[in-house]
Design a protein around this ligand. Sequence first.
Ligand code: GLN
Length: 552
Amino acid sequence: MPESRKKTKYIFVVGGVMSSVGKGVTTASIGRILQSRGYSVATIKCDMYINIDAGTIRPTEHGEVFVGEDGIEADQDLGNYERFTGVDCVADNYITTGQVYREVIRKERNLEYAGEDVEVVPDIPNEINRRINSAARKNKADIVIIEFGGTVGEYQILLFLEAARMMKLKHPDDVVFVLVSYLPIPKVIGEMKTKPTQYAARTLNSAGIQADFIICRSEKVLDKPRRDRLATFCSIPKDHAISAPDLESVYEVPMVFEKEQLGEKMLKALNLKEKKNDMIEWKRMVQRIKSSNKEIRIGVVGKYFGTGNFTLADSYISVIEAIKHASWHHKRKPILTWIDSEEYEKNPKKVSELEGYDGIIVPGGFGSRGIEGIISAIKYVRENNIPYLGLCYGMQLATVEITRNVLGLKKANTVEIDKNTPHPVIHLNPYQKRNIRVKSYGATMRLGAYPCILDTDSLSFAAYKTKKISERHRHRYEFNNTYKTRLEKAGVRFAGIYPKNKLVEIIELKDHPWFVGVQFHPEFKSRPLDPHPLYRDFIAAGIKKQAKTKKK
Ligand code: GLN
């Protein structure tokens, strides 16, 4: 097929043996290496949930809710895609079972099936493939990489596998299947076992799909006998079993894939022309990570318990990655500590331990548990000149703290916690009041990218070096402008404003080395090759504090 015809190519990424083995990072890394060869890529996550989006799932169940430019509340893997490929993800890049059924039922009610029976097969798989093709078109992608959540063999993945099988049937030369599998090394046996992966490949076969590549996730490198065994029993070419050992940083994965020549092999399998690759910038970044030895200690204060299926690292992945990007920029190795704010409620004196950190972050959050502890932590960092970055709730609670302890309005609060506070310094606008009254919770927060104008005399402007910025939001409550003048007099700088209705987006403290609270989530836009300016300057302030503490 001559390339000028530009047929879309499809790579389906499915998991075998167990979940959480890095399908998202694999998908993102494949995207990066194909991009580096001059192909445009789109990445799509398919989640098996009936939920329409990730906005209504607790992060402790599901991992972080990642927010796109358009306000889509999606799975955290979209964050991996953006960090690796630099391509912004939007609603098109996120498909759930709920969305697919909703659309099929909508069409049925509209008589769009022209009086035919509407059936689970083929109408559901057809709708899945329509969505995939529409995303490919909108992204102008040469290659679209589709990741299926969960693992083969699960009941709920079947209709997605059926869609992929139908896609292959329709476009036999343009579809490649990648099985990301786990090869355990049981302690008592001491050797890597391929059998679970063989079963996974066979389960895939029973859905009518033959894997073309197997990404072999394991603690160690895949050796030759096991490569051969996988080739024989899973019917793949010997060099299509790709070794993917545990690594210190996920950003090394594309380099490991390059070593295995995965890019070349994939282009061949997709009948695409080999182009020269350019991973120099990425390689340099990985080298920088490895040479970042000097530590920077960051404390993240929040309410942490009952993390369910997911760990803290999943619930706050974008924040963690943004801290890493910024630290590596300064050639520092970040040491992150999760500080449970409830400890400060039980034992208020303990808050002085914050002195031991180079910087403190309060990330986004909801609800009232641990809040008083967070507020006392913010009071401590404010009074003791510790660099502070407040993210969304972290900005709102900083505002509450300052209103209480600097303005002296002791009962000030956010109405999220105290509906009847006499000083609702964080409050609800009429739209949001209504949403809560009628229990309209899905996709009704202030979501996605909004512009913000910076005060040129601010830490934020010094970081961004531009007056107009745009950042992504996910919140229901906001700053109450009634308190603006009084807080300004008390030393608060309103450094960023949403011009349309004068909403406060950034607060800073004039009399503090580095204290910034933002109503948005800058972490969603941080990239390893392009650290976020606010995180970058927060870490820089931490380095300064470190130097000062040493001198003392
Ligand atoms: N709970 C707050 C709100 O809804 C903050 C949300 C957040 O931190 N993402 O406004």
